[in-house]
Design a protein around this ligand. Structure first.
Ligand code: CA
Length: 220
């Protein structure tokens, strides 16, 4: 899952990025509204965390433009403006949720999980395919009632595949979804994590489509 964090406050931005990276998200952090607007054109984000008071382009204006152009990603507003009018205005302008600063990072992560669930059309916190079950909140992965231990990246990769069963992903797309801009992606790293998943879960869970990429069969 790739998250765009738009926040000009360095302390808050850095803390949010670090927290969400630990939660196995790929995170891009941008500090002004103009750069955020161009990033939204160039990149596909699954979730957006948006401050309202931003240099160069206000968060409300950015949100309005996003929705006008049909950008579908859920937006969570984080704002110091606790005036009721601002919150109502942001929700009416197409925001999906908001948090008033100062907020708890655990709560931010929980709200993002809820938005991701809603976007995926799920109400249950866990994702299940056959006997394989993962819980994005606790990072538990169970297969045939046995706990599977995954690294952060393996978990992140498995989550992408499980959220889109039967949909093939190319290496480039997986890299985009798993890594932020400031992270180095070494060559063959996706193949490395794919083979780790196949080893830990069993090869039938991750199918290799020659020349296309990989998918998780939905009827596993
Ligand atoms: Ca601000």
């Amino acid at each position: 899952m790739r998250v765009l964090v738009v926040e000009d406050d360095v302390m808050i931005g850095a803390a949010v990025r670090q927290w969400l990276q630990r939660e196995s998200y790929a995170v891009d952090w941008i500090r002004d509204g103009m750069r955020a607007a161009s990033a939204l054109i160039d990149e596909a984000y699954d979730l957006i965390v948006l401050d309202l008071g931003l240099p160069r382009k206000d968060g409300m204006e950015l949100l309005g433009q996003m929705r006008k152009h049909g950008h579908p990603a859920p937006v969570l507003i984080i704002t110091a403006r606790d005036a009721l009018a601002d919150r109502v205005g942001a929700l009416d302008a197409g925001a999906d949720d908001y948090l008033v600063k100062p907020f708890d990072l655990d709560e931010l992560a929980a709200r993002l999980r809820a938005l991701a669930r809603r976007r995926g059309g799920r109400s249950e916190p866990a994702i299940e395919i056959g006997q394989l079950c993962m819980n994005p909140a606790t990072h538990d992965v169970m297969l045939d009632n046995r706990r599977i231990h995954l690294t952060m990246r393996e978990f992140s990769l498995l989550r992408i595949l499980m959220e889109h069963p039967d949909r093939p992903f190319s290496r480039a797309e997986l890299e985009r979804r798993m890594y932020g801009w400031d992270e180095d992606v070494t060559s063959n790293v996706i193949e490395y994590y794919i083979s780790a998943l196949r080893r830990k879960l069993g090869p039938r869970w991750v199918r290799n489509l020659r020349g296309v990429g990989w998918l998780m069969p939905g009827n596993s």
